[in-house]
Design a protein around this ligand. Structure first.
Ligand code: NAP
Length: 271
């Protein structure tokens, strides 16, 4: 079984070690290749996938642009406007978005509740769209704040979410049950945070989908304030496990995927 990851760049991705560990644990023959794909090469890469692959993951910068080349979309991928997983079924390309349910599975695993809760999503990029969609589908009341107001407005309009303007950010943060950072602030930088110091929920959980560093400054501040926190690794592992199940029809061994991803992360974390 030939699998892979389409992105640019993909050299530092944790997906190859994680997916190859899952294949091995399931007793399946196969490889998962990091397919470095500059935008100009996307069309040709998808022809190659259609010919030779059982499926691929898709990452930055192709999650949205890839839709134009697919034969079919899952309802999630269509609503989110992005696919992170493609199944190749008899040379037909079917797009899915496992980031959405991967995020929810991570919350479930950690015992963080969201149904009928007030969730505030920071950011309005691709990850924010998937997470806001998933939370809303699962019964949360979702609000969005983003540095660029127009982008947040577009996301709120598309999914029917509540827009938070800068003047009301502090009140929205304090009163939410679940705060989710989906911005790239904090990525490979333990000193930066998407919020001013001390601006935290009064009693809610704080999730940061950045997984490098494993504890971001936002999470550290939340932990210091005694709030429950969750990092980005669970979402990464669960989106991968759900993709694996779509390609193989076999349940993924999530524990070995965690171990493989964690081991690679320990090798690559340079702060
Ligand atoms: P994206 O589409 O490029 O969106 C980036 C978001 O970050 C935008 O909302 C952007 O705001 C905001 N942002 C960037 N720099 C900022 C700054 N200095 N101050 C305030 N806001 C800033 O990226 P994405 O695909 O959504 O990914 C976002 C992050 O999620 C990345 O760190 C990625 O690694 C992580 N991620 C993790 C997982 C996982 O499985 N754990 C999955 C997907 C993504 P503007 O609109 O104002 O530019």
């Amino acid at each position: 079984m030939k699998l892979g990851l389409i992105g640019f760049p993909v050299e530092h991705s944790l997906s190859p070690v994680m997916q190859e560990a899952a294949l091995k644990a399931a007793g399946l023959e196969g490889t998962y290749l990091a397919l470095n794909t500059p935008p100009a090469f996307l069309r040709a890469r998808l022809q190659e996938v259609r010919r030779d692959y059982a499926g691929v993951n898709v990452t930055i910068p192709h999650k949205e642009s890839v839709l134009a080349y697919l034969d079919e979309l899952s309802p999630e991928a269509r609503a989110i406007g992005a696919a992170n997983t493609i199944v190749c079924d008899q040379h037909r390309l079917i797009g899915y978005n496992t980031d959405a349910m991967g995020f929810i599975s991570g919350l479930d695993e950690a015992g963080i509740s969201y149904r009928n809760k007030k969730a505030l999503v920071l950011g309005a990029g691709g990850a924010a769209r998937a997470i806001a969609y998933a939370l809303q589908e699962e019964g949360a009341h979702v609000a969005v704040y983003n540095r660029t107001l127009e982008r947040a407005q577009a996301l709120c309009d598309a999914l029917g979410l509540h827009l938070v303007r800068e003047s009301l950010l502090e009140a929205a943060v304090r009163s939410c049950d679940l705060l989710v950072n989906t911005t790239s602030v904090g990525l490979q930088d333990p000193h930066s945070s998407p919020l001013p110091a001390g601006m935290l929920p009064r009693a809610g959980a704080v999730v940061d989908i950045v997984y490098n560093p494993p504890v971001t400054r936002l999470m550290q501040e939340a932990q210091n304030a005694g709030l429950p926190t969750l990092g980005g690794l669970p979402m990464l592992v669960w989106q991968g496990a759900l993709a694996f199940e779509l390609w193989t029809g076999v349940k993924a061994d999530v524990r070995v995927m965690y171990e493989a991803a964690q081991a690679r992360l320990n090798e690559t974390v340079r702060l």
